[in-house]
Each structure stands twice: as C-alpha cells, then as structure tokens.
Design a protein around this ligand. Structure first.
Ligand code: BEZ
Length: 241
C-alpha cells in the first residue's frame, strides 16, 4: 500500500501540462466561493500564484494585475490569484495595498478579482505550484492560461525573487486567441500588427501551392510562409469594447 509520504510527494510534484484539462477544485476566495474551472466556462482565465501576502514583489504584481484587470476583461479573460495564506490575511493585505501602497504611479488600487485562500496547499499542489527546490512552504510565481473549454494552453513559472512581465502575459493571451481564431501561428516577439506564420505545409502538394500563392502569402521557402494581418482587424476580432 502507498505510504502517506509517497502520496504527499506525488501530490507535490503533480505538474499539469499544456493540453491537460485544468484540475478542478472548489475554493474560498476574497470574492466568495468559486468552483474552478466550471465557473469560468466560455471565458479565458489566468490562474496565478504568488509566494505570500505582505511581501513587496507580490504587492507590486497584484497592483499591476488589478490595474490591468479591465484590459484583460475586454479580451474575455478573468484573473484568479492564489497564495498559501488564509482569507483574513488576504483581506488585510488587499486593504493595506488600497490604503497605503504606491507603485509605478499607481495608488489606491483595489483588487477586485478573487484571491484564493490555500492554507491547506490543496490547489497549489494540484497545479504544481509548490516546487520544493525553490520553497517547500511558498508557491512559486506560476501563471496558467486556461481557455474557454477549461484546457490549459500555456504555463509560465518564475522564481520567488522575480516579478512577472505583464506585457508578456497579455501578449501571450492575445497571440493564443489570434491563433485559435485565424488558424495561424505567431513568430518570435509577435505583437498585433506584425506578420503571422502559416503552419508548415504537411504535404509536397501543399508546399508547391504555398510557393505559388505569392499574392496572399510571402514564402521565403516552402516551410517559412508569413501573412500580413492588419492590427485593427486583429484587435477588432479579439477585443470587446
Ligand atoms: C516578494 O514578493 O517580495 C518575495 C516573496 C518571497 C520571496 C522573495 C520575495
């Protein structure tokens, strides 16, 4: 029979992967109870963890996410935070942020998205947010992008000391939505308005056709074809105003 220690170790190293269904959980948050991911069906959701309440890097991140919340909402994306702290600690921290903290020109920032209490580490373990080489008691800075069907589409991990880049988080969200909507891929450093990539040809016939269709595509070789995509058209197809 499996020992308790073996069971616990397996939980700690459980790492959901891209393409997996987002692990389900029920949790208490600063905005009430949530049933994840079913409460977010039909929307994108970014589930992110931070090491602890009342810490400076985490505070700067929460202020930035709260400041950008409407921008993410317009891209059909909700935010959900998590740390291994209790509900009253979360409430006290968010009140302190609103009342006292200034960062990057922001002040009086109210965090309106849910912050999960995970004192039992139940959710953090399910999502591989506890990485014992970094910390056994604090979650690393994980970012899970979960699509409207509840599937994990991208994961980014940062160590405790490194605050996240929110331009990159937003860019990745928009790029995945553009890929889904227009059946294209996005190259290095892509941003709306830049050329997109046509997926590589899967047969000799398609390779031949690609090289011949010079008007719509630009092909440097059969495997490297790009297409112009107007910035406004891209954004109009994704962003709600
Ligand atoms: C911070 O958020 O400032 C922090 C948290 C844990 C370790 C190091 C920094």
């Amino acid at each position: 029979m499996e020992s308790v220690q073996d069971y616990q170790e397996k939980q700690v190293v459980s790492m959901p992967r891209i393409g997996d269904k987002a692990p389900e959980f029920k949790a208490v948050t600063t905005q009430g109870k949530i049933n994840f991911p079913s409460d977010y069906a039909g929307e994108w959701v970014i589930l992110f963890s931070h090491p602890a309440d009342f810490t400076p890097v985490c505070t700067s991140e929460f202020m930035t996410f709260a400041h950008l919340e409407d921008k993410f909402k317009k891209a059909n994306c909700k935010l959900v935070g998590l740390s291994i702290d209790g509900l009253y600690s979360h409430i006290a921290w968010l009140r302190t942020i609103k009342d006292k903290i200034k960062f990057n020109g922001m002040k009086n920032i109210e965090v309106k998205f849910p912050l999960i209490e995970d004192i039992t580490m139940n959710v953090a373990k399910k999502y591989g947010m506890i990485q014992p080489g970094e910390s056994e008691t604090q979650a690393v800075r994980a970012v899970f992008f979960i699509d409207p069907k509840g599937k994990i589409r991208a994961i980014i991990y940062y160590p405790l000391s490194l605050g996240r880049n929110f331009d990159e988080i937003y860019r990745a969200l928009i790029a995945m939505q553009v890929s889904d909507k227009h059946a294209v891929a996005t190259p290095a450093d892509w941003n709306p308005g830049d050329d997109v990539i046509i997926s590589p040809a899967g047969s000799c016939g398609v390779a031949e056709e690609r090289m011949a269709s010079a008007d719509e595509l630009e092909c440097d070789d059969w495997f490297f074809c790009t297409k112009k995509m107007d910035k406004k058209a891209v954004l109009d197809s994704i962003i709600k105003n």
